[in-house]
Design a protein around this ligand. Structure first.
Ligand code: F6P
Length: 585
């Protein structure tokens, strides 16, 4: 790795002024008061060039952000916030791309971008070429080669189980970043996948998840990928142990030799912890696809964690997925902020969270194939930016006094329209949304795609423009005239759509591996930009530790009804006592 350059790096060490005390911020606050009541209906009516000015197209991605509560002045002010020297966003971007240890609380570089960097192009960190160094560890290229080679062997039926049958079932055992990325991508890229293979993803420690995944599989044709950066995660290790038992129970003779062969042919690991892999009984030299500390779990889909993806869609498509992300890396690093898609999305998010106070944010892919995309982004965003400790505080200012990461959620359209869109249109909460769509379907069902896209566009217009009280009244009166019934004034309020509800539209031609790589990278960088502006560390996740620790302490009391309950909390005790009384049938 590159030398630790924190000492020479002013961005890394200097305390930052409070965000809310920056001049750029205060001007934005003032501006917010001036424009908070402007309605998108008027903004569009008075400005025919709005959609053209508030849109960007690059790398095959089209972003229309004209249906946001912004004026030219708002965007100017947001861009000057992004350019603020005090915030140092440009320095931060360079710090990430040059491998500085920007994850300061864990003293690590953040180099998921290196995983998709051109294998033949040097990835400079100061004076060093990371790619070379990492390649000899073994590194990015060799692990990527191993992943691709292994995937192709499975796809060609060259990898066999203990009975000699080719492996046709792949079960990924992992959770969080070791599950959500590959599971989401495999589902999204089904049209590109080998249909003769069965891929399943088991994450939950709830035994039903594993049991259901395995119930119709032939162990002799099943490969388990134990995916865990740490190789200590309770859920994954519990599932791996049960999977090992399931496999070994299927052997006709459990001799030491048979067990060895079965484990060698039916298990591989993806991890940054070779020692733990060995302790589990796998051979790190032959059964481990390594990745590195500098790849965050939720940023690991580009690493060997992507092995199930490579198996499903093949090496060529997997490389195309990485290349898509790389295109966005170049865009993010080199485009000016005003045409920079991740930066624009980040600034709009900040505008709503910190000025309008809207802290909920919906991801609405109009693609059934992206059904797991909202869940994937939920981890990416909420585990990255759900924080309040500042990264560059002055003494006594360790915590933010401004809002940070939003609550991220969503469902594919059009399903969501028949579930929660009622609230989006008429509820008292305003939820900024990202609508994601594709001009073409990869399936031969053209009339479906037209209907899907008509809904996407219609929803954004309905949210933005709404339907005024006058319009509703006119419509009700016309209807009454037609039917000869008296008109129902009491319905006006119920049929009124306030509008002025913001959304982005993100479009691409079709959802191929390349495009999916781009989409994910856009959100990764957007989240990073927000983290830098909020002055938090987007790359650690201390907030998940306390619950894990307490679960470990309480486990004995739930596993053994006689064991003492390791808690002083009256609710915890009472709940555990109740469970103990009802635990046996
Ligand atoms: O508990 C949170 C977390 O650490 C995530 O950040 C991570 O993606 C997930 O658990 C799984 O961790 P591992 O890959 O080490 O099993």
């Amino acid at each position: 790795m590159a030398a630790d350059t924190r000492i020479q790096d002013p961005w890394e060490t200097r305390p930052r002024k409070k965000l809310t005390s920056l001049l750029e911020w205060r001007i934005l606050e003032q501006h917010f008061q001036e424009i908070r009541d402007l309605h998108l209906r008027e903004l569009f009516r008075d400005d025919p060039g709005r959609a053209e000015r508030f849109s960007v197209e690059d790398c095959g991605i089209f972003l229309d952000y004209s249906k946001n509560r912004v004026t030219d002045r708002t965007m100017e002010l947001l861009f000057s916030l992004a350019e603020s020297e005090e915030i140092g966003l440009r320095e931060a971007i360079e710090a990430m791309f040059t491998g500085r240890p920007i994850n300061r609380t864990e003293n690590r570089a953040v180099l998921h971008v290196a995983l998709r960097s051109r294998p033949d192009a040097p990835f400079q960190v100061g004076e060093e070429n990371i790619m070379e160094q990492v390649n000899s560890l073994p590194g990015i290229k060799s692990v990527l080669n191993k992943v691709c080679e292994f995937a192709e062997e499975i796809r060609q039926g060259k990898r066999c189980g203990w009975r000699g049958d080719p492996i046709t079932n792949i079960v990924n055992l992992g959770i969080g970043g070791s599950d959500l990325g590959p599971a989401m991508v495999c589902e999204a890229l089904r049209p590109y996948s080998d249909r003769s293979l069965t891929l399943r993803f088991v994450s939950n420690v709830d035994g039903s998840h594993l049991a259901e995944a395995l119930q119709d599989l032939d162990p002799a044709r099943t490969l388990f990928i134990v995916a865990s950066k740490t190789f200590t995660t309770t859920e994954t290790m519990t599932n791996a142990i049960s999977a090992r038992k399931w496999l070994l129970a299927s052997l006709p003779h459990a001799s030491a030799e048979n067990v060895r062969t079965a484990l060698a042919r039916h298990f591989v690991a993806v991890s940054a912890n070779p020692q733990k892999v060995a302790e589990f009984g796998l051979d790190p030299a032959n059964q481990l696809f390594v990745f590195w500390e500098w790849v965050g779990g939720r940023y690991s889909v580009w690493s060997a964690i992507g092995l199930p993806i490579a198996i499903a869609i093949g090496a060529k498509n997997f490389l195309s997925f990485l290349e898509g992300a790389r295109e966005i890396d170049d865009h993010f690093r080199h485009r000016p902020f005003r045409t920079n898609i991740p930066v624009i999305l980040a600034l709009l998010g900040i505008w709503y969270i910190n000025f309008f106070g809207w802290r909920s944010y919906a991801i609405l892919p109009y693609s059934q194939r992206l059904a797991r995309f909202p869940a994937y982004l939920q981890q990416l965003d909420m585990e990255s930016n759900g924080k309040q400790a500042r990264l560059h505080p002055a003494v006594g200012e360790e915590f933010v006094t401004w809002s940070t990461g939003p609550v991220v959620w969503g469902e594919p359209g059009t399903n969501g329209q028949h579930a929660f869109f009622q609230l989006l249109h008429q509820g008292t909460e305003i939820v900024p949304c990202d609508f994601i769509g594709f001009a073409q379907s990869d399936y031969p069902v053209p009339d479906h795609q037209a209907k899907l896209l008509a809904n996407l566009v219609a929803q954004t217009e309905a949210l933005a423009i709404g339907r005024s009280l006058e319009e509703v009244e006119t419509e009700l009166k016309e209807q009454a005239k037609k039917t000869g019934q008296p008109w129902r004034q009491d319905l006006v309020a119920h049929k009124y759509f306030p509008g002025n509800r913001p959304s982005n539209i993100i479009l691409a031609r079709n959802l191929d591996p390349h495009t999916l790589g781009k989409l994910i990278a856009i959100y990764e960088h957007k989240i990073f930009v927000q983290g830098v502006i909020w002055d938090i560390n987007s790359f650690d996740q201390w907030g998940v530790e306390l619950g894990k620790e307490l679960a470990g302490k309480l486990l004995p009391a739930l596993a053994d009804p006689q064991a003492p309950i390791a808690s002083e909390n009256s609710s915890t005790k009472r709940v555990i006592e109740w469970i103990r009384r009802h635990a046996t049938r």
